[in-house]
Design a binder for this molecule. Sequence first.
Ligand SMILES: Cc1cc2nc3c(=O)[nH]c(=O)nc-3n(C[C@H](O)[C@H](O)[C@H](O)COP(=O)(O)OP(=O)(O)OC[C@H]3O[C@@H](n4cnc5c(N)ncnc54)[C@H](O)[C@@H]3O)c2cc1C
Length: 86
Amino acid sequence: MVIEEILPGGKGVKLFYFTKQSSKAIQYKPGQYLTFILSEDQSEIRRSYSLCSTPGVDDRLCIGVKRIDNGTFSRYLYDEVKVGDI
Ligand SMILES: Cc1cc2nc3c(=O)[nH]c(=O)nc-3n(C[C@H](O)[C@H](O)[C@H](O)COP(=O)(O)OP(=O)(O)OC[C@H]3O[C@@H](n4cnc5c(N)ncnc54)[C@H](O)[C@@H]3O)c2cc1C
């Protein structure tokens, strides 16, 4: 899934929007979440993020990520990930 836009979502929160093309591939219901995988060296870190887009209304999938000060995955998403990343 490709990130198309990143917007501020409030204090310490960023909203990540995925391209329409990526979003089409996923059928979902309100309350569902996605699990993302970060591969580092020999290991994998997995974290779940709830979809904050609305099926049938929003044409792009969106997640909102709160940055946890000593958090591995949320800091990576918040600080490092940019538009165009997969
Ligand atoms: C079903 C599901 C849906 C989720 N949806 C979202 C979502 O929509 N948005 C979102 O931002 N997160 C969501 N989370 C939480 C997310 O998966 C991660 O746990 C979170 O981003 C922290 O991961 P990390 O790797 O940054 O922190 P870690 O490296 O795992 O933790 C670092 C430190 O921060 C502490 N910590 C972890 N989480 C929190 C917290 N929330 N508040 C305070 N301290 C914390 C830990 O105890 C630890 O000391 C969801 C989790 C689940 C299970």
